[in-house]
Write a protein that binds this ligand. Structure first.
Ligand code: DGL
Length: 273
């Protein structure tokens, strides 16, 4: 049965792995977190592309037929290079599915995007949304401090609430009419409840949150047809987790993202060449 390779800069991509595993339990998943080079969000496009190329090569060598670039930053920077090497249908990123879900969700055409510095500066969501809906207005804001807060497990914490309020006030000032917000970073779905509360109190109207993890799982439906939960089957596919540094720390923090006990996490040394 086909194997899906999921790649992220670290463990945030487990939100994507989780969404895929819930929707298609019988799929065989191999997950690689590039924890040796995390975070990608503040690095240059060239560096992120170099890292992504190496990581995807590892997943291909392990036999992954389909590759999901779970990391928004790597999707924004490296997808054209990866698709030029392995093909457009074999390597999928999170930006296009997220953009599609945002365009489907918005009523006012005012869409917000939050993500890392590099995701925002790449304007990847702007282009993907404009290609689908030229009249949409996109306001993007880098919200990098949320990543370490989630990794610290500060999900329901006053510091995280204050940080979210500070960022979203800025977004509200820039685009008070936005009705859809793309969570353009692997870590943000974990903060969904808090983001919902803060957006509804700040904006005074409901703001739909678009989770790119759910959107990419949806995009895999044609590839993984027959493995959906709805089939009533209990088969669980193979799960393989690997990181490029500190597997024990990964396993500890992963509890925030992956509710079940993780199988042993393998350490792999991916020398850059
Ligand atoms: N995985 C990254 C993303 O979705 C966030 C963490 C990082 O900066 O590496 O953009």
């Amino acid at each position: 049965m086909s194997k899906i390779g999921i790649f992220d800069s670290g463990l945030g991509g487990l939100t994507v792995a989780r969404a895929i595993a819930s929707r298609f339990p019988a799929s065989n998943l191999v997950y690689l977190g590039d924890t040796a080079r995390l975070p990608y969000g503040a690095k240059s496009e060239e560096a992120v592309t170099r890292y992504a190329v190496r990581c995807v090569r590892y997943l291909v060598e392990l036999g992954a037929e389909t590759i999901v670039v779970a990391c928004n930053t790597a999707s924004a920077c490296a997808l054209p290079t990866l698709q030029a090497t392995y093909g457009r249908t074999r390597v999928l990123g999170v930006i296009d599915p997220g953009a599609r879900a945002a365009v489907a969700a918005t009523r006012t055409g005012a869409i917000g995007v939050i993500g890392t510095e590099r995701t925002v500066s790449s304007r990847g969501y702007h282009s993907a949304i404009a290609a689908l809906s030229p009249s949409a207005r996109v306001t993007a804001l880098a919200t990098p401090v949320l990543v370490p807060l989630v990794e610290a497990g500060w999900i329901d914490h006053p510091v995280t609430r204050l940080t979210v309020e500070t960022y979203l006030s800025e977004l509200h000032t820039a685009a008070p009419d936005l009705d859809t917000l793309v969570l353009g970073c692997t870590h943000y779905p974990v903060l969904r409840t808090l983001l919902e509360e803060v957006t509804s109190s700040l904006f005074g109207h409901s703001v739909r949150l678009v989770d790119s993890a759910a959107a990419i799982a949806e995009a895999l439906a044609p590839t993984l047809a027959g493995l959906e939960t709805s089939g009533g089957r209990d088969a669980i596919g193979e799960r393989h987790f690997a990181v490029t540094d500190l597997p024990s720390s990964f396993a500890k923090v992963a509890a925030t993202f992956w509710p079940e006990t993780l199988p042993p996490v393998e350490a792999v040394d991916l020398t850059m060449d």
